[in-house]
Design a protein around this ligand. Structure first.
Ligand code: TYM
Length: 342
């Protein structure tokens, strides 16, 4: 496969994305983000980060966080993120992320953060809102900008944060001279917003994946997948068609999952389900999901059984990430007028 390059410089396109080790990894994360990450592995230079610093912006149980972080690494590798082909690492292993966040904080007006949709949503759910939660998008900007990233593949819900990253990069460049690449968000045409199975008006979310009927978790076995999809919220009608109508959101979501996993055309899918009932649709979707997740689940179980090997892979990833992020943070420090000794 040929490598993708940027038109201006001819250098290989650099990709950065991140995922929080919060809750259980869902089918939404897989279809909305990770499948794209895997698809770009042979064409671009890729950095993928498990963002534990972001996760502690809302209260966490330390033991749970530790287990979830390793599980997330195992699941990402099981999904196809081969650590030989990309740099997969944990955010807190690379100190430049926190340092970069601090410096970027000092060029980011607080008003830009107060209007972030995710901040407003998450703040409503907290008894006490941490400063970290407000600052969350600046840390995300540091993640992306430290790697001179050209592209940031994300689901729809992260678009606003990537746009803020662009604003922060431009502001820093205006104040201190050309320093950061201004990155582009890359949102998939399909699957950018997989809906919750228990409420197709909202997105399927890792943080709600403990609610049994909310999501398919990537480590779920066949019986659980059948159980949850069978109970997915639909509508009182009978028509199995792709539709933007709010009342068809449940059926549309199931059809989108089917489309993404089978790769079939929409008209062929509608013909396949024509005259059938929702029970049949759910059975078919469940079987397609089970087959897609089976190899991922098997690889995941093998990887999680060897935590020492996972830690070794993550340490190698962190070393490769530091080789890029450390020189960049030194450049940033020089630009703002700090004495940089090494
Ligand atoms: P997070 O951990 O919530 O989600 C990881 C990725 O999965 C996508 N996603 C979805 N896509 C489709 N349908 C869904 N229901 C769905 N739920 C989640 C998200 O859009 C995301 O791409 N703030 C980020 C993590 C982050 C990051 C970064 C991302 C930190 N630093 C730098 C990109 C670049 C987050 O919380 O993602």
């Amino acid at each position: 496969m040929t490598a993708s390059t940027t038109p201006s410089s001819g250098k290989q396109i650099r990709v950065f994305s991140g995922i929080q080790p919060s809750g259980a990894f869902t089918l939404g994360n897989y279809l909305g983000a990770i499948r794209q990450w895997v698809a770009g592995l042979d064409k671009k230079e890729n950095f993928f980060c498990i963002v534990d610093l972001h996760t502690i912006t809302v209260p966490q149980n330390p033991q749970d966080l530790l287990h979830r972080t390793r599980k997330m690494a195992a699941i990402l590798i099981a999904c196809g993120l081969d650590p030989q082909k990309c740099t997969l690492f944990i955010q807190s292993h690379v100190a430049a992320h926190a340092e970069g966040c601090w410096i970027l904080n000092c060029v980011t007006p607080v008003g830009w953060l107060e209007r972030m949709t995710q901040y407003k949503l998450k703040a409503q759910q907290q008894e006490s809102v941490s400063t970290g939660l407000l600052d969350y998008p600046v840390l995300q900007a540091a993640d992306i900008l430290l790697y001179d990233s050209d592209e940031v593949p994300v689901g729809e819900d992260q678009k606003q944060h990537v746009e803020l990253t662009r604003d922060i990069a431009q502001r820093f460049n205006n104040l201190y001279g050309e320093t950061f690449v201004v990155p582009e968000p890359v949102i998939p045409k399909l699957g950018a917003r997989i809906k919750a199975l228990d409420d197709p008006t909202s997105k399927m979310s890792k943080s709600k994946a403990h609610i049994r009927l909310h999501a398919i978790r990537l480590a779920d076995g066949p019986d659980e997948i059948r159980y949850v999809i069978k109970r997915a919220v639909t509508d009182p009608g009978r028509e199995i068609v792709f539709s933007d109508a709010p009342e068809k959101a449940g059926v549309n979501n199931l059809l989108e999952i089917y489309e993404l996993l089978t790769g079939e055309q929409r008209d062929a899918i509608e013909t396949h389900f024509s005259g059938k009932g929702y029970g049949y649709l759910k059975q078919e979707v469940a079987e397609v999901v089970i087959e897609a997740l089976r190899p991922i689940r098997e690889r995941y179980l093998a990887l999680i059984a060897d935590p020492a090997e996972l830690d070794r892979l993550l340490a190698t990833g962190a070393e490769r990430a530091r080789a890029v992020a450390d020189p960049k943070i030194r450049e940033v420090k020089r630009k703002v007028g700090f004495i940089v000794t090494e």
